[in-house]
Design a protein. Structure first.
Length: 264
């Protein structure tokens, strides 16, 4: 020994977190993973809704163009019994058609209506065709003071007639606000099947015809009041969904960047 005290080599103790210290970090990591996964799901869902609205807008524009073409086209014969099963909303509604037959004025029904002329009723009358089938005709509008048929007898046309108008599909059940009440003869939608059953009309077509503006004797009912309009707010909805998707994406990026900075 040279008299100098021999130094022991330094030993470094590795510092490790105890299980109690690691548990909160694990919980924080799990919570962050779940939250980010939730944001990804929301982002995908919101973006998909935006894409769906874009597709709906394209479909609506095509529908508007097709309907506009139909209502200005030359009228064709109303679908006969053999074609009833092939009628669709996309291909046939608002098509200009004609039907010839005899009006069953004693079997008309009145449907509550709110029109440009005010509140009143649609006059729905069965038209019996040559083949024995019947088609409901919306002959037009009458105000409340013309509800009683005796106030508009001139308009109760008898004998063969030719009706031109727009083909409309059945409106079963009633409206969103009120349901039809066949037992009490109260109608809020043009449910041709229920009306036919109430009036004892058989072989009824699954559609009705909105008569055009050809004047009826005495001036009532007033036809040609069909409202052909389709709400088209799909672009606005699409932009809203895409804006929300951008906000969610921004939040996700912010969270991930904050976590990366924390770890560094």
């Amino acid at each position: 020994m040279d008299g100098r005290r021999q130094r022991r080599p330094l030993r470094f103790k590795t510092l490790t977190n105890s299980p109690a210290e690691q548990a909160p970090k694990r919980r924080s990591a799990i919570a962050l993973t779940i939250f980010c996964g939730f944001l990804v799901v929301v982002l995908c869902a919101v973006f998909a809704l935006g894409v769906w609205q874009v597709e709906r807008r394209a479909w609506k524009l095509d529908l508007i163009a097709r309907v506009d073409q139909r209502i200005h086209a030359e009228p064709v014969a109303a679908p006969a019994r053999a074609d009833w099963g092939n009628i669709t909303k996309e291909n046939d509604e608002y098509r200009r058609v004609t039907a010839e037959g005899t009006l069953q004025n004693d079997k008309e029904s009145l449907v509550y209506a709110a029109t440009a002329l005010g509140a009143g009723y649609w006059v729905i009358t069965p038209l019996t065709l040559a083949d024995g089938t019947s088609v409901m005709i919306n002959r037009g509008f009458v105000p409340t003071d013309k509800r009683d048929v005796n106030t508009r007898l001139d308009g109760q046309v008898s004998g063969p007639v030719k009706i031109t108008g727009l083909l409309r599909l059945n409106e079963p059940g009633g409206t969103f606000i009120k349901s039809n009440d066949p037992a009490n003869d109260r109608w809020y939608s043009r449910d041709v099947d229920a009306m036919a059953a109430k009036r004892g009309v058989t072989d009824i077509a699954p559609y009705f015809i909105d008569a055009d503006a050809t004047a009826n004797p005495g001036g009532f009912p007033v036809g040609g009041l069909t409202q052909v309009s389709f709400p088209n707010s799909h672009l606005q909805y699409a932009l809203t969904w895409f804006a929300l998707a951008a906000m969610v994406a921004g939040l996700l990026v912010f969270v991930l960047r904050s976590e990366l900075r924390r770890r560094r």
